[in-house]
Design a protein around this ligand. Structure first.
Ligand code: ADP
Ligand code: TRP
Length: 329
């Protein structure tokens, strides 16, 4: 029997909303990945325990996770195809983390980019022990399920390499146990700008939420800075913030037509903004309609159902590991 490839990916429910960059930078690439690897099984977990380095509001975090998953569903993520689960429902993550932490040396961890950066900035002493050990936690998340590939941006590449090294070390010491995962570098998403022309980011307060209403979207679009060129002057669309955002929503033909209007006719910024506004509304409206129809209960039930499935796999792996390291006789 041919083995099914397993892909492991994640989402971070840090807010109770998602903005356009979250869609174009995370959700859309995730759906494209699912299309590319049609026969693969895709595990998608909520990386919520991973951010627990500060005290937080538990109810808020719970609700964020539910809302974000409702948004994923509303955006068209196939909630049956993706096995979505909460690692907090799976004791195996912590159990494996325990074992892997014991076999990992400080010297190996000290090579971590983020640790070195903290050292350079004189901030290493303020780093929590948990953050220092973060790659081991990630290794547990990955190795628990024998993931074949882990798609990551460049910033997470080293973490997956840690998982590979830890898996090989364990396998060498105790015999073949873990699959050594491959890093799959996702192609960079072009920077998506916010309404102030800088990259769209929560820290800049320049985003458009997928659930924003028409009034707010209009206000946000009006805020977008444009040059002082007059209406009749031909303009370079690639220099225009309005175009940069609008382009996200255009088909190839629409894009060509719009570029011509900029380059030949000197499209007015008012018209460009009107068009962008229409495009954003046409994009978010169906998402908002769908979102309203999904209940919290549907998400909670789905997580429960999937917790059962992944727990079965995780338990088997933990049994195998515990036997090998002689925790169980
Ligand atoms: P944020 O600003 O939302 O906190 P980070 O700066 O931590 O995001 O970036 C996380 C990853 O997402 C990085 O790989 C970064 O290049 C990418 N990224 C963040 N914002 C954008 C954006 N608006 N457009 C494209 N990529 C982005
Ligand atoms: N480190 C990832 C992030 O900060 C989240 C994450 C946790 C993860 N465990 C993982 C990613 C395992 C891939 C595999 O965004």
């Amino acid at each position: 029997m041919e083995e099914i490839m397993r892909i492991l990916t994640w989402l971070k429910p840090t807010d109770n909303q998602l903005h356009l960059w979250n869609y174009f930078g995370a959700i859309k690439p995730m759906m494209q990945l699912a299309d590319k690897f049609k026969d693969a099984e895709i595990f998608l977990f909520l990386a919520n325990m991973h951010g627990f380095t500060q005290l937080h509001d538990a109810n808020q975090l719970r609700q964020n996770s539910i809302n974000v998953l409702k948004l994923y569903a509303a955006c068209g993520v196939d909630m049956e195809r993706f096995v979505i689960y909460n690692p907090a429902d799976v004791p195996g993550h912590a159990q494996l983390n325990r074992v892997l932490t014991c076999i990992t040396h400080m010297g190996f961890m000290e090579r971590m980019h983020s640790y070195k950066e903290a050292l350079d900035k004189g901030k290493a002493k303020e780093m929590s022990v948990w953050v220092f050990c973060y790659p081991i936690l990630m290794a547990a998340d990955i190795l628990l399920y024998d993931a074949d590939i882990v798609p990551v941006g460049k910033d997470q590449k080293q973490h997956v390499e840690y998982a590979r090294d830890i898996a090989m070390k364990f396998n060498n010491a105790f015999g073949e146990t873990f699959k050594v995962p491959d890093v799959y570098i996702q192609s960079e998403v072009a920077t998506i700008i916010g309404v102030d022309g800088r990259k769209m980011s929560k820290s800049y307060n320049n985003y458009i939420w997928l659930l924003d209403d028409e009034k707010i979207i209009l206000k946000r679009v009006k805020q977008i800075p444009t040059s002082t060129q007059t209406v009749d002057e031909p303009k370079d669309p690639d220099q225009c913030n309005v175009y940069k955002l609008c382009k996200l929503f255009l088909t190839k033909e629409e894009d060509e037509a719009l570029r011509k209007r900029y380059e030949i006719w000197g499209l007015s910024y008012k018209d460009a903004k009107d068009q962008l506004y229409e495009k954003i509304i046409a994009f978010v409206k169906p998402i908002q309609e769908k979102y309203k129809k999904i209940s919290d209960k549907e998400i909670i039930d789905l997580l429960k159902k999937n917790a059962k499935k992944v727990n079965e796999l995780a338990k088997k792996k933990i049994e195998e590991v515990y036997k090998k390291v002689w925790f169980t006789l």
